[in-house]
Design a protein around this ligand. Structure first.
Ligand SMILES: NC(=O)c1ccc[n+]([C@@H]2O[C@H](COP(=O)([O-])OP(=O)(O)OC[C@H]3O[C@@H](n4cnc5c(N)ncnc54)[C@H](OP(=O)(O)O)[C@@H]3O)[C@@H](O)[C@H]2O)c1
Length: 288
């Protein structure tokens, strides 16, 4: 076990202050599907490159790799935020608490920095119980920051009505083909940080779109950096996954790119009605 996380220190430029008073960096590191020795090496490389938020999940089956990478990196525990997610099969209150305790053990920490409900799975009707468990785990000190993932405004409203506790963040699919304007507006109204999964778009990537390619040329940077900078200027926190140190570095090196309002708007206008990467509508998509 490593020692408990000390009080948060400023982590990076553009750091976000959450509604629970904690801070997270501007960019996190996505770890799906990094596993095994290669996974440990990639996550350790990300830590050495400067990532200070590592996004994991029970269902990625890589929490032990994340903990091991942190120990090998020799980056002080107190400078890093480890995030994980409760899967659908553990939404019932006591199972959710058990899931969190098991995650802490696998990560090798006494306190989980960020814990989310991975998907609401509304047909099961148990995400409200999972949220009550997260509120309790935060009160008891097992988790520092509590949030959700793939929640719609209706799901957010229900858990807030139940407990009076507003999730600190909602990790959702967000990229130029699916910019989530209405959901982001609701997050701003509620004080919820928007965190973006598949922030680069992944498949298909929007790198050849003129709005992205022309901005990259104008700023002497890469399409990937333009897309990630677009997230920062929207107020969204991207968690890109990259296996190689070169891409990991590029995805953090965003300070030199300052997009104009018109460039941001042109990228947001790439929105498609069918912009989701797969049929991942949280009202119907279930992950256990
Ligand atoms: N909450 C959820 O339901 C949910 C769902 C999906 C994902 N996530 C989280 O979000 C993270 C990121 O999402 P994602 O992995 O789906 O998508 P992504 O980060 O947008 O894209 C990752 C892909 O882009 C490539 N890539 C990375 N940097 C690049 C660059 N600078 N230029 C060109 N290509 C680049 C990567 O290749 P290489 O790795 O080969 O470099 C990888 O194939 C996941 O790892 C996971 O932590 C959460």
């Amino acid at each position: 076990m490593t020692s408990p996380t000390p009080d948060p220190a400023p982590l990076a430029a553009h750091a976000h202050r959450l509604n629970d008073g904690t801070e997270l960096p501007a960019v996190g590191f996505g770890t799906y599907p990094l596993k095994g020795d290669d996974g440990i090496a990639a996550i350790e490389s990300a830590l050495r490159t400067g990532y200070r938020l590592i996004d994991s999940a029970v269902n990625y089956e890589n929490e032990r790799e994340v903990g091991e990478a942190l120990r090998r990196s020799e980056v002080p525990r107190g400078q890093v935020r480890l995030a994980t997610k409760i899967p659908g099969r553990f939404h019932a209150h006591d199972l959710a608490l058990r899931s969190l305790a098991d995650s802490a053990e696998r990560l090798g920490v006494e306190q989980i920095d960020v814990a989310l409900i991975h998907w609401p799975n509304p047909s099961r009707g148990l995400y409200r119980e999972a949220w009550r468990a997260l509120v309790r785990a935060q009160q008891e000190g097992l988790v520092r920051t509590i949030g959700v993932s793939n929640f719609t405004p209706a799901h957010l409203a229900r858990v807030i009505d139940d407990t009076g506790v507003v999730p600190a963040l909602n990790q959702v699919e967000l990229h130029p083909y699916f910019p989530q304007e209405e959901l982001r507006a609701e997050h701003r109204r509620l004080g919820v940080l928007t965190q973006a999964w598949s922030p680069l778009g992944k498949d298909p990537v929007p790198f050849d779109e003129p709005a992205v390619a022309q901005a990259a040329e104008a700023h002497g940077t890469t399409p990937g950096q333009v897309v990630l900078r677009w997230h920062l200027q929207l107020g969204s926190m991207p968690v890109p996954k990259a296996a190689s140190p070169e891409r990991q570095r590029a995805n953090l090196d965003l300070d030199a790119v300052e997009l104009s309002d018109d460039e941001v708007a042109a990228i947001t206008a790439l929105a498609r009605t069918d912009g989701r990467r797969f049929d991942g509508d949280p009202d119907t998509h279930e992950e256990m």
